[in-house]
Structure formats: structure tokens, C-alpha cells
Design a protein around this ligand. Sequence first.
Ligand code: IMP
Length: 182
Amino acid sequence: MSEDQQRSMEVLLSEAQIRTRVAEMGREISAIYGDEALTVIGVLNGSFIFMADLVRQISSPVRCEFLGLSSYGSATESSGVVAITKDLGSSIAGQHVLVVEDIIDTGLTMKYLLENLSTRHPASVRVASLLSKPARRQVETQIDFLGFTIEDRFVVGYGLDYAGLHRNQGFIGVLAPGRFGA
Ligand code: IMP
């Protein structure tokens, strides 16, 4: 990102704030699972950076899997119609699953995903989300481990994108008003 772009972006969560909270989440998760192995499923594309940092803060034995989802809609609104673009590489039957998501907004994506995963007979399913926007919720959503609750603003960085960009930015920022069509 150019310095001009960085200047126009309001920082909502700094790299240091994220690092501290992700470490705490890792400890919370490790305390629940103990020595029990868990299968961490990262929801692509948005969760890849959060997942990479989170799993390194978990002391329980961890398997890493990825599931690609794309939700139809405009760049800033999900429609709830979700397609699996990359499925899991192996069975999760009998395993303790932790779904890792970047942000829960309307909750429609997570609802779809949890229904889909339950048909695969895991031993348990929990959800870790870095961010949640409760003001936007359309369906009640399970979140067992939450990083931050944020207001109804469109955020980018630390894996989150707008039109495919900004995922590589270390902090979470709000695009200046007028820079996107929300
Ligand atoms: P939901 O189905 O409305 O809960 O949407 C979940 C997905 O929408 C997330 O995994 C993100 O990909 C995307 N999303 C929702 N809000 C934001 C945001 O503020 N910034 C970037 N992506 C978002």
C-alpha cells in the first residue's frame, strides 16, 4: 500500500492490539482443549493470516485444514448464498473441530458452514472469529472465541479485503468514506 493510501485509512485495531488479543485467544482455546487434538478449519480467503497467527498460540495438538467459501453479493454485502470453492482434504468424522473465521457479519455464512459441517459427524464444533459486527446480525450465530466486537463499519487488513485488496495490511482499518460503495 502506498503511504498516501495508508494515511487515508483510519486504524481501528493496531498490529499490537491484534497480537495481544490473538495470544489471549490461543490461551483460551488451549485451556478448553488441553491435550486433546483439534482440527482447525480456516475459512478462505479471509482467515489465512489470523489462522496462521492463532495456531501458533495454541499449545494443544493441532491439525490444519482449509475450506474455501465464496458468498454471492456485492463487494460489501453478503447474500447468504454460499458456495464451497475448496472442500476439506479429509474426513472430520469423530474429530474436535475449531472453525476459524475472520469476521461474522450477518451470520449467514457461518450458519451455512455449521450446517454443512454437522453432516460430516465431527465429535464437536466450536467457532473462533477475530471480529464480530452484532449490529448486522440476521441469524443467531455460535461464537465460542471472539477477538473483538466492532461497530457496523467495513474494515480491511489482516486478511480482510475490499475487492480483493488490503489483505496484506498488518492492522485493521476502515476505508475512508466514499472509497467504497457501502
Ligand atoms: P456474513 O455471512 O454476512 O456473516 O459475512 C461473512 C463474510 O463477509 C466474511 O467472512 C467476510 O469475507 C465478509 N465481510 C463481512 N464484513 C466485512 C468487512 O467489514 N470487511 C471485509 N469483509 C467482510
